[in-house]
Design a protein around this ligand. Sequence first.
Ligand code: ZN
Length: 324
Amino acid sequence: MDSLDLLKKGEFRVAKNQPRQFVGSKEDPPTRTECRSSFYWRIGNGCSVSLWFDNWHPRGPLNLYFSDSTIYASGLPRQATVADLFTNCRAMIKGVLDSWADPLPTLSHSSDRFGWKGNTSHLFTVASAWDLIRRRKTRVSWHTFIWNNSITSRYQFNLWLIAKRRLSTQALLLYYGRIDSALCPFCNEVPDSIDHLFFGCRISASIAFFWASRCNLPWRNNSWVENLNWAATFLMGKDFYKCIARFSFGALCYYIWKHRNSILFREQSLSVPEVKNQLIKVVRDKATTYRNVDDTYRNRRLQRSWGIDPIIFSARDYSTSTGL
Ligand SMILES: [Zn+2]
């Protein structure tokens, strides 16, 4: 039985490298071949689309399903176009494709059009390509908190590293065998870790309580995950008070990590007042970028706690900046 007979019986070979579903899977990123399946041809007159090698059929390029010998025996050359498929003398291969569940396109007088499956406009964009191939995971509860515009970008990045547990803490380096021993530079009691630095350590905890008292927040020190979830729940909002509370939380974590590194790598001595003063300075600087702040009891209390310039309650004076 030759290949043509097999073709007539619908017994064709299925190539090993079939396109597989990758969107939403937890497998490795898609290969080049798999990405190619996201581009497709919408058939018009069929004259510019390769019958065997272009992605025009719902199942993908036909060469994935038919062997070279079968293609040769079909009578349609490797250079054949989709339009050639519909000529009467080539009805045999068309009959095979008709036997599949996927309907064949109808030829028209319009040109064939190249399309992209990644978005509804069928136009390729990098954003839609990324959205198509990326792994999708459950959205984390803290993303709107960490990436909020109230928090300075370097604080955001630090918070993100903490949330992802990617900071190079001593516990992490010990785990990977990069160091043999280490002790928290704040308390010298145990190797530092995410939970220890934020804010299981008695030193960093004292700084966190200082921050909470300045913000007049009912702080209950828990694990890092609980602290972050608490912040993501209670520090959200557009008003001045919440913006400063969010910003200062990001600054708190940033300066604890920065001071920890200064002690370890720049031979600085531990100075809790230095961290507190740095925190006060950046909060005051941030707050004075605001104007027309509502003169409420809560905002006044926050302003006094941090020693913020009361100019925040007045309207912005544009005459100075415009030179009038
Ligand atoms: Zn410690």
